[in-house]
Write a protein that binds this ligand. Structure first.
Ligand SMILES: CC(C)(COP(=O)(O)OP(=O)(O)OC[C@H]1O[C@@H](n2cnc3c(N)ncnc32)[C@H](O)[C@@H]1OP(=O)(O)O)[C@@H](O)C(=O)NCCC(=O)NCCS
Length: 434
């Protein structure tokens, strides 16, 4: 895709008109204007139920995500008219899809509507505006991580990568996994942020569902953001293999139990491993930590090998959550970008209330897993909404499961054939929020 000056794309005229009809002003936030951008950030903090923050925290928040394109909706009747009553931010990220390939994705974040202005259609104006902007700019899909699973399917998004939250009772999880040669070392928080960034850049093409990240993300996960709450409690440990190469990093903090100092809780902030050995060494470090009786971790892969490396897997209580939601805007581009797992041909009729993916498409996959997609006028083997196509895109949800749930219509054999084509050798996993 040629370079796209996405931060300065024009405002979506339909959204501007819809906001105006509702009595509001819809405009881009100038992120070089500290006052206007600061007011938008204050609205975002309020929208996500954060406190106002210290001056240092606010400044760090501004610097962290200044690269994004911010849109605000303003109410001139408000006593604080410079503070938007609704916000959204977006940027072009690279999403890893099966086959070590990437797709440019319109990443959407910071969606808030002031509690005083909720349920008047402002989020709809913003979201539909974002999708039109992305589609007009030639982006093939959009993505987001969500506060609630009930909001975004109406806009065509569906969960495509899931995550596991784990609570581990260390007295039950004696280590029976690998004990690879290598060494563990503490890192200071700046080094931790830097090494997270370097390792992620190295592994991200092998992580279906992840995106390229931004420096502020690693600083936050390492406790290196200026003014960050409880940052000094965050510790970081790196594992280097026998050859001295960093293969895994974990950041965590310990929540003390003042009634019993042998029963503290260790909360994992982020664990990143390039190799199974690195994952084993870091997990063993965490589970065998003295004075810790519970380890908590979230946003783990749903296929996390940890449960196979402990004596009693029931010592790990797991909860599965939807995490990354995708919205397909260009069917041929998303399906031809990813590698498929088996050859085949199927005709899919895709319904899309917003029109982007609507149509009947023949998907043909050759022996090498490369796909071609053509718009056809033919009887469909399967009929599915755009949301279901997004759910199966990364290979984390089986088409036959969605057929069994009544979400995809058509012949069972056609759904099973699609299972084989869409299977991914990597379970989709995104280990952070964006
Ligand atoms: C979620 C939020 C952005 C919705 O904003 P809003 O302006 O009230 O939403 P709208 O009025 O545009 O509603 C659009 C549609 O979504 C539905 N909807 C909105 N919020 C919803 C929610 N939390 N759960 C379920 N449905 C919701 C509305 O009922 C409406 O449905 P319909 O048009 O299909 O009948 C707003 O409540 C908010 O800021 N929440 C706190 C921050 C947050 O969670 N942001 C989302 C981050 S991912």
């Amino acid at each position: 895709m040629p370079h796209l000056d996405w931060k300065n794309l024009p405002l979506d005229a339909t959204a501007v008109a819809a906001a105006s009809a509702a009595g509001f002003d819809y405009r881009l936030v100038d992120t070089s204007d500290e006052e206007a951008y600061g007011a938008a950030m204050a609205a975002i903090r309020r929208g996500f139920l954060d406190d106002e923050g210290t001056a240092e925290q606010l400044q760090a928040g501004l610097d962290d995500i200044r690269f994004r394109r911010f849109t605000g909706v303003y109410d001139s009747g408000s006593p604080t008219p410079a503070t938007p009553i609704a916000t959204v931010a977006s940027w072009v990220a690279e999403l890893t899809v099966p086959g070590r390939a990437t797709l440019p994705m319109w990443a959407i974040s910071d969606v808030t509507v002031a509690a005083t202005h909720r349920r008047r259609g402002l989020a709809r104006i913003l979201l539909e505006g974002e999708l039109r902007t992305a589609a007009d700019a030639g982006l093939p899909l959009a993505g987001l991580t969500v506060s609630e699973a009930t909001i975004y399917s109406r806009f065509g998004f569906a969960p495509a990568a899931f995550a596991t939250t784990a609570e581990i009772t260390t007295s039950r999880t004696a280590w029976i996994g690998p004990r690879p040669a290598g060494r563990l070392d503490y890192l200071d928080r700046q080094a931790l942020a830097r090494e997270f960034a370097e390792l992620h850049a190295r592994v991200r093409l092998d992580r279906v569902g992840t995106i390229d990240a931004w420096p502020g993300l690693w600083e936050r996960l390492a406790g290196a953001t200026p003014g960050q709450e409880k940052a000094t409690a965050i510790r970081g440990v790196r594992w280097t293999d026998a050859a001295g190469t960093t293969r895994g990093i974990v950041s965590y903090r310990i929540v003390e139990n003042h009634d019993d100092f042998s029963r503290n809780t260790l909360e994992v902030q982020h664990l990143m491993a390039e190799t199974p050995d690195a994952a084993a060494a870091l997990w063993r470090f965490l589970l065998e930590h003295d004075l810790v009786s519970v380890v908590r971790a979230s946003l783990l892969s749903v296929d996390e090998p940890l449960r196979w490396m402990v004596a009693d897997p029931r010592g790990i209580r797991e909860t599965r959550v939807d995490h990354e939601w995708l919205r397909i805007l260009d069917v041929p581009r998303v399906l031809t970008a990813r590698r498929h797992s088996g050859p085949g041909s199927t005709v899919m009729s895709v319904t899309d209330p917003l029109g982007y993916a609507e149509g009947t498409w023949r998907l043909t996959v050759d022996d090498d897993g490369a796909a071609t997609v053509d718009r056809v006028e033919a009887a469909a083997d399967l009929t599915l909404p755009v949301t279901e196509l997004a759910a199966i895109l990364l290979g984390g949800v089986r088409p036959s499961t969605l057929r069994a749930a009544g979400r995809i219509e058509g012949d069972e054999d056609a759904a099973l054939a699609l299972d084989r084509m869409f299977a991914s050798d990597r379970v989709p996993h995104l280990g952070f929020w964006y």
